[in-house]
Design a protein around this ligand. Structure first.
Ligand code: FAD
Length: 388
């Protein structure tokens, strides 16, 4: 078992680390306070090849794969968690169209997405269909040469600012799971509009909106994969997405711990630095160990996916652990700073607000447990094959 990164992975990780330090970290607080989405930052990530990570060069990407992508997302999240998150969603959408689309669709959508010229968004959730995604009702009725979409989608990351939307719609009322299809809707299509940017607890530099479809016609060429396969496509994409969110959460946790540790080394109380108190030493020792455990789990899930091995359970485990760890680490970081931690003049309260969403989206952590339990249940007598 070789845990060393390749020279190429180290170089790419350094590029992401430098970018986060120079472009994200100095701006994150202002972007959050003013709910500013920076398109320029997205374009710069395109120039650095962070926008087509799973797509081969032939279609505008780099195809570096999941493990290298996880390293990038981890670094970006240290600078700005919200930016890292929307780039993971963008890569997920780019890959979804690449994986299930035909060459014409790849040329039309994947290439500009992978080059960072267009931004992608993913839309599955509805008011009555979050965890129960198969309950979605936004309809796509077949008509001459295409579909007419009606309905409202909820909580779309990069809503309004994105150009290309992978949307899950109902093409068949008579079936639940198999009545769902994946389609692409481009911004500017008549009948397609956006709700206002939702005011949120955090993640404000990444807009979240509703999508409104009002007799919105799309041509048949916008169907991705076969009709009825949409839920399967959507959930397969989310499996990879969970690894990416776990990587973002790991970066956030590392950043919060580094900050709190640096603070504890400087803060003098009772005549000495507070890090000399064993109560705090044991706390940071536990936090660092928990980050290491979840980080390894994310890297392994990413590696399995790169090998083409099954990793549904590993991705769910990694997402669950890494995001719960980020929540704990960021909460404890606030505690380590004491009253200062609660103030906006220090970053840790923002980290804590960032961490909360990671336990909720791309499948809540309860749903990750449902997935893990379902996977475990596949093995009779409780005997799970040893995958190491
Ligand atoms: C900032 C933000 C960005 C988002 N971005 C996107 C996006 O880009 N695209 C997109 O499609 N969606 C997006 N979402 C939606 C997100 O994925 C959903 O909010 C999430 O899946 C949960 O769905 P829900 O909000 O409807 O909660 P519900 O499904 O109503 O869940 C409510 C509670 O019940 C629990 N629960 C549900 N089922 C079970 C069960 N079987 N066992 C135990 N507990 C259960 C849940 O864990 C949760 O605690 C985003 C959400 C937010 C807040």
């Amino acid at each position: 078992m070789d845990f060393r990164l390749t020279d190429e992975q180290r170089l790419i990780r350094k590029a992401a680390r430098d970018f986060a330090a120079k472009e994200l970290m100095p701006n994150v607080r202002e972007w959050e306070e003013t709910a500013t989405f920076s398109r320029r930052t997205f374009s710069k990530m395109g120039e650095l090849d962070f926008t087509g990570l799973y797509v081969p060069e032939e279609f505008g990407g780099t195809g570096v794969g999941r493990l290298t992508a996880a390293l990038i997302f981890e670094e970006l999240a240290k600078g700005c968690f919200a930016t890292a998150v929307y780039v993971t969603v963008h890569n997920m959408v780019t890959n979804l169209i690449y994986q299930y689309g035909n060459d014409g669709q790849r040329k039309k959508w994947v290439e500009p997405l992978a080059r960072g010229e267009k931004l992608g968004a993913y839309s599955l959730t509805e008011a009555e269909a979050g965890s129960d995604a198969a309950a979605l009702t936004t309809s796509a009725a077949k008509t001459d040469g295409g579909y007419v979409i009606n309905g409202t989608k909820l909580y779309v990351t990069s809503g309004e600012v994105a150009d290309i939307y992978a949307v899950m719609v109902r093409t068949d009322d008579s079936q639940k799971q198999k009545g769902i299809s994946a389609v692409v809707v481009e911004k500017g299509t008549p009948g397609f509009s956006f709700g206002p940017h939702e005011p949120k607890m955090g993640l404000n530099s990444s807009p979240t909106t509703e999508l409104h479809f009002n007799d919105c016609f799309i041509p048949s060429e916008n169907l991705i994969g076969e009709e009825g396969r949409g839920l399967n496509i959507a959930l397969t994409a989310l499996n990879g997405g969970r690894i990416s969110i776990g990587a973002c959460a790991t970066g956030l946790a590392l950043q919060a711990l580094d900050y709190a540790l640096g603070y504890a080394q400087k803060r003098q109380l009772f005549g000495k630095a507070i890090i000399t108190f064993q109560g705090l030493q044991f706390l940071v020792a536990d936090l660092a160990s928990e980050i290491e455990a979840s980080r390894l789990m994310i890297y392994r899930a990413a590696w399995l996916m790169d090998q083409g091995e099954p990793c549904v359970m590993e991705a769910a485990m990694g997402k669950r652990l890494a995001t719960d760890t980020a929540m704990r680490v960021t909460t404890e970081a606030v505690q380590i700073l004491g009253g200062y931690g609660y103030m906006k003049s220090y970053p840790v309260e923002m980290y804590m607000r960032f961490a909360k969403i990671a336990q909720i989206f791309e499948g809540t952590n309860q749903i990750q447990r449902v997935v893990i339990a379902r996977e475990l249940g596949k093995y009779k007598g409780g005997k799970r094959p040893d995958t190491y």
